[in-house]
Ligand binder design. Structure first.
Ligand code: HEC
Length: 279
């Protein structure tokens, strides 16, 4: 009896599932969801051949230094990097004196030890990069009502990571005529900028890299074209978000090597234990 009841309940639920699926499929086919400009014109990030791709990948320190230069001279006007300390820049190949000099150029919020009043002082290597705006309201007020996100983890928190950052920086263009023809209401609002790599196609950031040579690279470096600067700063932001990538790769290789040796040893042990047994 219980078994029959169980079977009936099972049939009922499977039938219900089938009916809801068929109803859903019929609704989708008879009135498919309306096309949107985002769905039609959004582009996936371009794939860049980064030095840090793949299990043997490693950061190119000179590229990271160039990227840091682009960050400092361009992006840091609006974007903070609050999880990175100046002394972390040692990983980019800067020495102690250079790091002290980099830190000293930034003003850090502090308390005056004598009066207890809020004040600022030049940065020290142990300080983190300072905030650009004191709060979100100030950030919005200065940026057409949008907040420039902190860049410490940006490369890890966006789909496509450094590919996305590079594509976004080099992806600004006029809104395609085909888009306006198909979606006349989707015109880029004033104050925003069309960029097919941004999820909703229009963003509040004006193109930050506007001319080749906007930043001057030292001798022995590639030419600072817009494309090169975009690549370098994207690589630098990848390092900021994942400074331990190389350690992780090294540990991964050591583990694979260890497992390989362990497998060979256990296979040899198996052979020797069973050597004179019939099996
Ligand atoms: C004048 C201020 C300003 C400068 C300079 C600037 N940005 Fe932005 N950035 C913004 C604002 C504002 C937003 C938010 C846009 C939005 O949400 O519509 C933004 C957004 C972004 C995003 C998109 C984040 C997301 O949510 O997906 C990236 C990536 C980015 N900026 C990278 C950079 C890089 C790299 C530089 C330097 C080369 C830079 N920005 C320079 C103001 C700026």
């Amino acid at each position: 009896m219980v078994r029959i009841l169980g079977i009936l309940v099972g049939i009922f639920f499977s039938g219900w599932l089938l009916v809801t699926f068929l109803v859903g499929a019929y609704t989708y086919v008879s009135s498919p969801p309306a096309a949107t400009a985002e769905a039609e014109f959004h582009l996936h990030p371009k794939e860049v051949d980064w030095s840090f791709n793949g299990p043997l990948g490693h950061y190119d320190k000179r590229q990271l230094q160039r990227g840091f230069q682009v960050y400092s001279e361009v992006c840091s006007a609006c974007h903070s990097l609050k999880l990175v300390a100046f002394r972390d820049l040692e990983a980019l190949g800067y020495n102690e004196a250079e790091i002290k000099a980099i830190a000293k150029k930034r003003q850090i919020a502090d308390i005056d030890p004598k009066t207890g009043e809020a004040t600022t002082r030049p940065g020290l290597p142990a300080d983190h990069f300072p905030l650009v705006y004191p709060n979100d309201t100030a950030a919005r007020a200065a940026n057409n009502n949008a907040i420039p996100p902190d860049q410490s983890l940006l490369a890890k928190s966006r789909h496509g990571g450094p590919d996305y950052i590079y594509s976004l920086l080099t992806g600004y263009r006029d809104q395609p005529a085909a888009l306006l023809k198909q979606f006349p209401d989707a015109k880029t609002p004033t104050g925003l900028h069309y960029n097919p790599y941004f999820p909703n196609l229009n963003l509040a950031m004006a193109p930050p890299l506007t001319a080749d040579g906007q930043v001057t690279y030292g001798p022995g470096n590639p030419k600072p074209t817009k494309d090169q600067m975009a690549k370098d700063v994207a690589a630098f932001l990848m390092w900021a978000a994942e400074p331990k990538l190389e350690t992780r790769h090294n540990v991964g290789r050591a583990v694979v090597f260890f497992l390989l040796i362990a497998s060979i040893l256990s296979w040899l042990a198996y052979r020797s234990v069973w050597a004179d047994k019939e099996h």
